[in-house]
Design a protein around this ligand. Sequence first.
Ligand SMILES: [Zn+2]
Length: 104
Amino acid sequence: MPLPKNRRRSVKKVYRRTPTGRTAIHYKRAKKAWIRCRLCNAILGGVKDSRRAAKSEKVPSRIFAGQLCARCAAEVIKARARIHAGEARLEDYSLAQSRFIKKR
Ligand SMILES: [Zn+2]
């Protein structure tokens, strides 16, 4: 039976052939998946997922940091300004975008 720390899905089994020909199971910590933009699925940079790091270390201090990529954030900010100025309506934007436009 594996050790309790290795009985979880975040630990991957690696089958290794030993010099004697036996197959041993080694346990390896699985790599974290990338954090992606919620609109276009682009990989976000500068985002760390660690419990040891401080929050200011984990996410850039920008609006929609850790949620949207820079391009999508710019689009949402522009849309907000246009709606605020009365040049556009919320219905003009896609449902996915409008969720971020509405947030305050
Ligand atoms: Zn994006």
